[in-house]
Write a protein that binds this ligand. Structure first.
Ligand SMILES: C[S@@+](CC[C@H](N)C(=O)[O-])C[C@H]1O[C@@H](n2cnc3c(N)ncnc32)[C@H](O)[C@@H]1O
Length: 256
C-alpha cells in the first residue's frame, strides 16, 4: 500500500464520506478570521484537498470567493454534485495549479497530512499574496472520552494503523509548520460534539482511509462487532461523537 493509494482511497467512498463525515464548528473560521486579521467576506480562498466540499461550503457561507483543489476523481465528482457553482480544479497541494500571489488564504481541512510539506509549504507561500494566511485543521477525537479512546484502539489493532491518527491533537503537525523558516503560526483547539444515529457513526468511522484500504470483508467484520458493543453503550441508538479541532494558521511573510 503506497501513501498515494491511501491518500486517494476516499474516491471509492465519496458519497458515504459526504453524507456521514462531521463538519467543523463556526469557531474554526472565527479563529481564522481573527488570526488573519480580516473577514472572510470577499477574501480569495483556495481550499486544497477539498474532497466533497465540507470545508468549502463553510468558507462560502462566510462570503469567501473560493476555488477548490482536489486530486481525487470520485471526490471531485461528489464535490461538483454538492457545490455545482464553486470551481474545482484538479491538482494537489504539492504542485498547486494556481498563480503566484493570487490568494488571501489557503485552507486544508483534514488534508494537510497527505502532502509532502517540503513541497506543499513553498507552494502555499508561492500562491499566497504577501501577508496572506495558510490555515490547516483536523477534527481529532477528544482524548478524554473513554468509549471513544477504546474504539480508536480497537480500530488501530484491526486496521494495523497507529492509534494516534484519530486521537488528540498531534504536536508533530505544529512542529512541521513551525520548522519552516519565516513561517509564524498560531494554534487553536476547539472542542465540540454532535449526536448522530448509530448507523451514521459507523458510516463515518468506516469512511476513514484505514478502512477504505482494508476492503469490505475486514470492514464488515469490524462494524458488526462494533455495532453490538455500541448498542449496549447507547441503547437509544444515538451516539455522541466528541471532537477537538486542531487548527494551525501561519501568516506568509510580508504585507500586513
Ligand atoms: C479526509 S479528506 C478531507 C476532505 C475535505 N477537505 C473535508 O474537510 O472533508 C482528504 C482529502 O485530501 C485529498 N488529498 C489526497 N492527497 C492530497 C494531496 N497531496 N494534496 C491535497 N489533497 C490531497 C483526498 O483526495 C481527499 O479528498
Amino acid at each position: 500500500m503506497t501513501p498515494t493509494s491511501r491518500a486517494l482511497s476516499f474516491d471509492s467512498a465519496a458519497e458515504q464520506y459526504a453524507a456521514n463525515r462531521p463538519s467543523y464548528p463556526p469557531g474554526v473560521l472565527d479563529a481564522v478570521e481573527e488570526i488573519m486579521g480580516r473577514p472572510l467576506e470577499g477574501a480569495r480562498v483556495a481550499d486544497i484537498g477539498a474532497g466533497t466540499g465540507i470545508g468549502t461550503a463553510l468558507l462560502r457561507e462566510r462570503g469567501a470567493v473560493v476555488t477548490a483543489v482536489e486530486p481525487g476523481d470520485g471526490m471531485a465528482r461528489q464535490f461538483r454534485r454538492t457545490l455545482p457553482d464553486v470551481p474545482v480544479v484538479r491538482g494537489d497541494g504539492n504542485a498547486l495549479p494556481l498563480a503566484d500571489a493570487s490568494h488571501d488564504l489557503i485552507t486544508y481541512a483534514q488534508s494537510w497530512h497527505w502532502t509532502d510539506t517540503a513541497r506543499s509549504v513553498p507552494e502555499a507561500l508561492r500562491v499566497l499574496r504577501p501577508g496572506g494566511a495558510l490555515a490547516v485543521w483536523w477534527n481529532t477525537d477528544a482524548g478524554d472520552v473513554p468509549w471513544a479512546v477504546a474504539q480508536t484502539e480497537r480500530i488501530a489493532r484491526h486496521c494495523k494503523v497507529p492509534a494516534t491518527t484519530r486521537t488528540r491533537p498531534d504536536d508533530s503537525r505544529a512542529a512541521r509548520l513551525a520548522g519552516v523558516d519565516g513561517l509564524d503560526f498560531a494554534r487553536r483547539q476547539l472542542r465540540w460534539s454532535r449526536v448522530v444515529p448509530l448507523d451514521m457513526h459507523l458510516a463515518n468511522i468506516s469512511s476513514h482511509s484505514a478502512f477504505l484500504v482494508l476492503g469490505e470483508a475486514g470492514t464488515r467484520e469490524f462494524l458488526d462487532a462494533e455495532r453490538a458493543r455500541l448498542c449496549e453503550l447507547f441503547p437509544d441508538g444515538d451516539v455522541e461523537e466528541t471532537y477537538v479541532v486542531d487548527l494551525l494558521v501561519a501568516r506568509s511573510p510580508g504585507g500586513r
